[in-house]
Ligand binder design. Structure first.
Ligand code: F6R
Length: 615
């Protein structure tokens, strides 16, 4: 995720763009930049850091005068956050300037081709490739900017919301969208463009939201023209009157960032496997892994270090890796690992999982592992973060910024990456049959749709939340792949609602926790179709016999548990290895709604911080 803004009209563009970028910082904040036409040339200023850093730099370096310009706040995907990789990017002839939110998957092959034609690249970004491709089309075909953008985009595979300006046409912005959002604000003799309406809501409430596969030519003094990118078919713009206020827009119309992020999961899971998982072709490839695959295959064990929710993702990975690739796995709390003089050798591979990439204990754990000669592989969300830099190699999750303190989309995207690693290792080791491998790839590709279906049960979950919101304790039970999900469900509930909750392996209940069960005790049991389904059914019976209240997560159409449980939350049927990606969803929603009903500060629960940079 990145934020993009543009302005063309009669007012000073820079203050409008700068304020807009500050509002879009929730979409990314590792670097920022602007390009303003000063009546003569386009002045570009960009920097690593937040929009406030850009503001200081721009005050020193550019005139900031002009009524036409674009700006960007970045969440790095290709190339670490630094000044050069920041947007806007300028084409080799210095005439075209672009801002981009998304990922150009085939940028590697396009770049090779453009290099052969004499283009030079200064950054590591996919975006710089696109702007030079547009320049190349303009040059070779002799077409105007809009047409050149269209021809170039038809060669591109990936996702984008872009805005391109041309020094020779200082009254026009060309925009296009596929997969990433883009809104056009229509004012009095002025136009705005932005990733959402927050940068322009104080100037106009009239907006056009581009649909996927559409592009627009925005020229001062005439109406916006929209076309289909693929076949140039004209589209009649639909102008909406916005009813939302600023805060609602930043949260995408949701009440809290947490629920917005819960709903983003189908999209960010796709972002995470995009370009890495090609189910039909039977390919799963993660750049960082391929370079070190031999080390993984020959590892005597994989040690996973992480904290909190990321540690739960690590536990899921333990089940996946051992089952699929038969490599021994140990999962450690980073804080314990670093202080207990662990035995680590060069034959070990250490995987560090972290959303922020800044968690102090995880960082210290990987430094320790490195000092003992192990290969360290990071699974982080924040590009260029300390853990990603400290690791020898790694794979990013592409969850975008997670603002809600309680981790949701980071967890499911971590599991997505870890599942891909498990499948790739199994394929390379030959521990999975071809047919099972192919089935897992296509099932993984279908997970976003299934998450979408699971999200549709929100109303039912709200009713369950209303029944149990005043409970003092909760128990969460699961087996196998869903034991870590039970831990995660309990953590979600306790951290945002302040209700005491414990997660347990279902069979372990009778070794102690069963003493807690009475008619006051809600027990959330993950009882989806699995190898151990019958065992879970027995555990449910044990709880029923002690009058506990059962809230069961079941596979669609389940009647056995359905008849025994007091309440059920259905999720689509999924191969067992992938179930955590769907069973997590109702547990996130349950925790969220209980916390909301209790009037808790859901996005910033007491005593917690998003990134734990102290021990
Ligand atoms: C829980 C939560 C925390 C984090 C933990 C690790 O919702 O967010 O438990 O998972 O602090 O943080 P990262 O993943 O940034 O290392």
């Amino acid at each position: 995720m990145c934020g993009i803004v543009g302005y063309i009209g009669e007012k000073d563009a820079y203050p409008i763009i700068l304020k807009g970028l500050k509002r879009l910082e929730y979409r990314g904040y590792d670097s920022a930049g602007v390009a303003i036409y000063n009546g003569n040339e386009i002045e570009v200023c960009k920097t690593q850091g937040k929009v406030s850093t850009l503001e200081e730099k721009a005050a020193r370096e550019i005139s900031r005068v002009g009524t036409f310009g674009i700006g960007h706040t970045r969440w790095a995907t290709h190339g670490e956050p630094n000044d050069i990789n920041s947007h806007p990017h300028v084409s080799n002839n210095g005439e075209l300037v672009i801002i981009h939110n998304g990922i150009i998957e085939n940028y590697g092959s396009l770049k090779t081709e453009l290099k052969k034609r004499g283009y030079t690249f200064y950054s590591d970004t996919d975006t710089e490739v696109l702007v030079n491709l547009i320049e190349d089309v303009q040059k070779n075909e002799g077409v105007k900017l809009g047409k050149a953008v269209q021809i170039a985009l038809n060669q591109v595979v990936g996702a984008y919301a872009i805005a391109v300006i041309d020094k020779k046409k200082p009254n026009e912005i060309v925009v296009a969208k596929l997969g990433s959002p883009l809104a056009i604000g229509i004012g009095e003799n002025e136009y705005f463009i932005a990733s959402d309406a927050s940068p322009f809501i104080e100037y106009t409430n009239k907006s056009i939201y581009l649909e996927d596969g559409e592009m627009g030519i925005i020229r001062l003094g005439r109406e916006v023209r929209l076309r289909k990118i693929i076949d140039d078919k004209p589209i009649v713009p639909y102008v909406q009157e916005l009813q939302l206020n600023l805060e609602q827009i930043e949260k995408g119309g949701f009440d809290h960032f947490m629920i917005k992020e819960i709903y983003e999961q189908p999209e960010v899971i796709i972002d995470t496997y995009r370009g890495r998982l090609l189910a039909k072709e039977g390919i799963v490839r993660l750049g960082g892994l391929e370079d070190h695959i031999e080390k993984f295959l020959n590892a005597q064990r994989i040690i996973i270090v992480a904290c909190g929710t990321s540690w739960h993702a690590g536990l899921v990975a333990e089940y996946i890796f051992e089952e699929l690739s038969r490599i021994p796995v140990e999962v450690e709390y980073a804080s314990e690992f670093r202080y207990r003089n662990p035995i680590i050798t060069e034959k070990d591979v250490v995987i560090a999982i972290s959303q922020s990439g800044e968690t102090a204990d995880t960082l210290a754990a990987i430094k320790l592992a490195k000092s003992k000669g192990a290969l360290v592989f990071g699974v982080c969300n924040v590009v260029g973060s300390s853990i990603s830099r400290e690791s020898h190699a790694g794979s990013y999750t592409h969850a975008g910024p997670e603002i809600g303190v309680a981790s949701t989309k980071a967890f499911t995207t971590q599991i997505t990456v870890l599942t891909m690693i498990g499948l790739r290792l199994a394929q390379a080791k030959g521990t999975i049959s071809k047919s099972e491998f192919m089935r897992c790839l296509s099932e993984l590709e279908m997970i976003p749709e299934k998450v979408e279906i699971a999200l549709k049960t929100e109303d039912k979950i709200k009713e369950i939340a209303a029944v149990f919101m005043n409970a003092k304790n909760f128990l969460y039970l699961g087996r196998g792949y869903n034991f870590p999900v039970a831990l995660e469900g309990a953590l979600k509930l306790k951290e945002i609602s302040y209700i005491h909750a414990e997660g347990y392996p279902a069979a372990e209940m009778k070794h102690g926790p069963i003493a807690l069960i009475d008619e006051q005790m809600p027990v959330v049991v993950i009882a989806v179709e699995s190898e151990h389904y019958d065992k879970v059914v027995s555990n449910i019976q044990e709880i029923k016999a002690r009058k506990g209240k059962i809230i069961a997560v079941v596979s669609e159409g389940d009647t056995t548990v359905g008849e025994m449980a007091d309440y059920v939350m259905e999720v689509p049927k999924t191969p067992e290895v992938l179930t955590p990606l769907v069973t997590t969803i109702p547990l996130q929603l349950l925790a969220y709604h209980i916390a909301v009903m209790l009037g808790r500060n859901v996005d910033q629960p007491r005593n917690l911080a998003k990134s734990v940079t102290v021990e």
